[in-house]
Ligand binder design. Structure first.
Ligand code: MN
Length: 138
């Protein structure tokens, strides 16, 4: 878990917003990964993608659900200090908005309007698994 006394990452509570923020942060932690975040229910629902996000159709990426982040986190870039959760450099890889098309327990369909990702994307939860989803252009 993040320790807000030691990191410059934004803290925050649930925010009444448009629920349309889309962002992917490139996170150079112990393992380089990409954090997909979607503003939903007043927070940023988050998934860690171990490889470069699927820019083209046909690429499918594992997306591991991680803890919700505050909406203000969508603008965060910086360095999380050594010795703390997620230590390493965070930079915005892509950012924009999205429209929700469908959302159930195990399926989310969105239309992303970003610079690198643009179009219709699906997040499908693996059957019988808690945190593992598949993220791809659909
Ligand atoms: Mn991360």
């Amino acid at each position: 878990m993040r320790n807000f006394r030691k990191t410059t990452e934004p803290k925050g509570e649930i925010k009444e917003g448009k629920n349309d923020i889309y962002v992917i942060q490139k996170h150079d932690a112990s393992h380089l990964h990409f954090d997909l975040r979607l503003e939903m229910d007043g927070v940023l629902k988050s998934w860690a993608i171990p490889k470069e996000p699927p820019v083209e159709k046909g690429l499918k990426r594992l997306a591991v659900a991680t803890e919700n982040h505050p909406v203000d986190y969508a603008d965060f870039e910086g360095v999380i200090p050594e010795g703390y959760y997620g230590a390493g450099k965070v930079e915005i890889w892509d950012k924009g908005t999205y429209e929700l098309e469908e959302r159930t327990e195990d399926k989310i369909v969105i239309n992303i309007k970003g610079k690198k990702l643009n179009g219709r994307y699906c997040l499908i939860k693996f059957k019988g698994q808690d945190k593992n989803w598949l993220f791809f252009r659909c």
